[in-house]
Design a protein around this ligand. Structure first.
Ligand SMILES: [Zn+2]
Length: 149
């Protein structure tokens, strides 16, 4: 399975974040199962569809399509790139490229994008269980590197 392929899931009714109103992106249930802390995981309703809110100014990370449940960053075992501006936060979760490591790498004239792409193409990435957005990080890495210039 190619974890970086666009999701073919049909969009369900409430795909907008109940907190900020912006459109969320539906994530596979396995992403929540993998990344939520135990006490939060114990509250999920597997029949619901959950979406990820990418808005950086919004505290909600996941919300259910019923709008009855939301999870914030403290419900996850990992910091969330979109919600947390710390240099220690991963941009690429699978291969542990933090903002800090990306900056170092660019300063050393390395090519982190190519490095990550090689692993992705070799089918080594596991974005759906590592990355809170439940999808490939390459877009975020590209945008972040561009923002450094
Ligand atoms: Zn939101």
């Amino acid at each position: 399975m190619d974890c970086c392929a666009p999701s073919s899931k049909v969009e369900t009714a409430k795909t907008n974040c109940p907190s900020c109103g912006e459109k969320g992106k539906s994530v596979p249930l396995i992403t929540l199962k993998s990344l939520l802390t135990a006490s939060s995981l114990e509250t999920i309703e597997p029949e619901n569809t959950y979406s990820f809110c990418p808005t950086s100014s919004c505290n909600t990370v996941y919300f259910s399509d019923t709008h009855t449940q939301t999870f914030e960053e403290d419900a996850l075992k990992v910091p969330v790139f979109q919600k947390n501006s710390s240099l220690q936060v991963p941009v690429c979760y699978c291969f542990d490229w933090t903002r800090d490591r990306l900056i170092q790498s660019v300063n050393d004239n390395q090519r982190p994008i190519e490095h990550i792409k090689n692993h992705v193409q070799s089918n080594r990435c596991g974005c759906e269980v590592n990355n809170p957005q439940g999808a490939c990080c390459l877009g975020n890495v590209t945008a972040y590197l561009r923002s450094l210039n």
